[in-house]
Design a protein around this ligand. Structure first.
Ligand code: SAM
Length: 274
């Protein structure tokens, strides 16, 4: 038995035949000390609603439950459901498992008792960035969630928290910086996962801003896509499809600058001028 009274995760994986599938981005965390550290990063979870994407065999799920959370978990791999059922029986009424694809889930409808859930997940790498974009572009704003504590490849984490002037700064950094305060909480080495991925991972913690600068998210998405789509080109060239010179004139931004030098505020100004 483990500290939480449930069988060790290695036994669970073996008993339920949960050999990791690359196509589902499966890299499991089996160390309950590490999953507890991730859960703690989400704050005091006592009786707080949490949404977890991709619980797999349930390592992070167990840490969330042990810290008192009320968990709703969405898992695409039906092989994991029996293992998750065992955890649900151990914590009666505290774990609800939804079998399905997180990319098709209406997360806004998953509120528990009117309180905003925290999103906590060791995300499947193949859908992690798309899920984050969906949550960053959620409407209405402030969004349906209280915070996000998410595992990404280190390189993606750096793009999320990037500031102007760095190579990692791009569309993801502008959108995350516009609507959230984002920070890298800590790194997780490849050997912490089974099987180990090729690269280091990082846990990112994002808290929605109550009042981000007023801006249409779709327009901001278009401006950043155009500007960073040709990031080595000057703005007067890269923004041409959106009316380049006129936009730059309206906002007073120098057309010889490149996308990576613009602050989030300047991108917002450009989007508002489209
Ligand atoms: N949370 C577990 C852990 O930390 O050990 C597993 C994490 S593993 C990186 C990603 C999990 O997401 C897998 O269980 C995988 O089956 C699941 N998954 C992959 N794509 C998914 C999707 N579109 N919707 C929901 N779950 C998905």
């Amino acid at each position: 038995m483990s500290i939480d009274g449930l069988p060790p995760l290695r036994d669970v994986i073996e008993r339920h035949g949960l050999m990791a599938k690359k196509s589902l981005g499966q890299n499991f965390l089996l160390d309950l000390n590490l999953t507890s550290k991730i859960a703690r990063q989400a704050g005091d979870l006592k009786d707080k609603p949490v949404i977890e994407v991709g619980p797999g065999p349930g390592g992070l799920t167990r840490a969330l439950l042990a810290q008192g959370a009320l968990v709703t978990a969405i898992e695409r791999d039906e092989r994991c459901l029996a293992a998750l059922d065992e955890i649900a029986s151990h914590y009666p009424g505290r774990l609800k498992v939804i079998s399905g694809d997180a990319l098709e889930q209406d997360f806004g409808s998953l509120t528990v008792g009117g309180e905003k859930p925290r999103i906590v997940a060791n995300l499947p790498y193949n859908v992690g960035t798309q899920l984050l974009l969906n949550w960053l572009l959620a409407e209405p704003w402030p969004p349906f969630y209280a915070s996000m504590t998410l595992m990404f490849q280190r390189e993606v984490a750096e793009r999320i928290v990037a500031r102007p002037g760095s190579d990692a700064y791009g569309r993801l950094g502008v959108l995350a910086g516009w609507r959230t305060e984002a920070k890298i909480a800590f790194d997780v080495p490849p050997q912490a996962f089974t099987p180990p991925p090729k690269v280091t991972s990082s846990v990112v913690h994002l808290v929605p801003r109550g009042e981000p600068l007023a801006c249409d998210a779709v327009k901001l998405g278009r401006v950043t896509q155009a500007a960073f789509g040709q990031r080595r080109k000057m703005l007067r060239q890269s923004l041409k499809p959106l009316g380049g010179e006129a936009l730059l004139e309206k906002t007073g931004i120098d057309g010889t600058r490149r996308a990576e030098t613009l602050s989030v505020e300047e991108f917002v100004a450009l989007a508002n001028a489209v």
